[in-house]
Design a protein around this ligand. Structure first.
Ligand code: CP
Ligand code: NVA
Length: 306
């Protein structure tokens, strides 16, 4: 059976546990020897492309990068035909797509012979969430994701694709999640990566100001105000989200031991100040470090390692 990794919500509890464990277990195998992984990016990337390429190499495989311009998904060629072509030459595709539906199409059309990994869609960023849970586990639970149960993590700003995947992963680990966002930028329920699902565990509280979100929290997370593809809304978003910047004043309401997280790229001076991003509480470079761990874990799980 070919495995796929499209959302955290789609991934079973046992599978998530396996991914977390394999992410940090010493790499003593070449599970991908002789196998290719197609990396398709419809949008820019630094961390995701770097971590995917290095993890594939580390497991003995080879990665081929395809840019949006080369492939022209849906205009030079249909989404289905791109999937069919890749499935003839690669065993896995990791893709950053404008529309989550592209990943679902590939899973439907060639999913029996091409494993599909979501490297960020409009809906979700599940490999980021794996890295973030590993980062928090290092910080608060000696590396045990299960040991995070009962902690509180606040998210402040625009509730994005990253927010959805991180919130689902946190709740699955029994964490209390508070999201502080203005009207129009708050999490909506439903969809394929739904942090409001009552069956997730932990809890989810939505509030409309940053101080209520971060009060007493163990970690404070933020992401860009202008996600890729929304550049035309930049001025409006800056105005609406301005009061939700993660500043030293906002951080002063979190627990004294609170850490700061950001998936990066950061827009210093918008969603987060230099002072906070570069503070001793910042764990953003540990998150970057774990992007590679997360990809190793996902790839090993995709190839059936137990
Ligand atoms: N966090 C993240 O996905 O970074 P990139 O967009 O640089 O890949
Ligand atoms: N929410 C951001 C995340 C970037 C890693 C975006 O979609 O652009």
């Amino acid at each position: 059976m070919t495995r796929h990794f499209l959302t955290i919500a789609d991934t079973g509890d046992r599978d998530l546990e396996t991914i977390y464990r394999l992410a940090v277990a010493p790499v003593d195998d070449t599970l991908l020897a002789g196998q290719g992984v197609a990396l398709v990016f419809e949008r820019p990337s630094l961390r995701t492309r770097a971590s995917s390429s290095t993890a594939v190499h580390e497991l003995g495989g080879f990665a081929t990068f395809f840019s949006d311009e080369e492939i022209g998904l849906g205009h030079r060629e249909s989404v289905d035909d791109v999937g069919r072509t890749l499935s003839e030459m690669y065993s896995l595709v990791g893709a950053r797509v404008r529309e989550h539906r592209t990943l679902e199409r590939w899973r439907e059309v060639v999913g029996d012979r091409l494993g599909v990994i979501n490297l960020l869609s409009d809906l979700a960023h599940p490999t980021q969430a794996i890295a973030d849970l590993l980062t928090l586990a290092d910080e608060f639970a000696e590396g045990s994701v299960a040991g995070l149960a009962g902690r509180t993590v606040a998210y402040v700003g625009d509730a994005t694709n990253v927010t959805r995947s991180v919130a689902v992963a946190l709740r699955r680990a029994g964490v209390h999640v508070r999201v502080g966002a203005p009207a129009g930028y708050q999490l909506s329920s439903g969809g394929g990566e739904d942090p409001s699902d009552p069956n997730l565990g932990g809890s989810l509280e939505l509030v409309d100001n940053p101080v209520d979100a971060v009060r007493g929290a163990d970690a404070v997370y933020t992401d860009a105000w202008v996600s890729m593809g929304l550049e035309a809304e930049t001025d409006q978003r800056r105005r609406d989200l301005g009061p939700f910047a993660v500043t030293a004043e906002v951080m002063s309401h979190a627990a004294t031991h609170a850490v700061v997280m950001h998936c990066l790229p950061a827009h210093r001076g918008d969603e987060i100040t230099d002072e906070v991003l570069d503070s001793a509480a910042s764990r953003v470079w540990r998150q970057v470090y774990h992007r590679r761990s997360a990809m190793v874990g996902v790839l090993r799980w995709m190839k059936g390692e137990k």
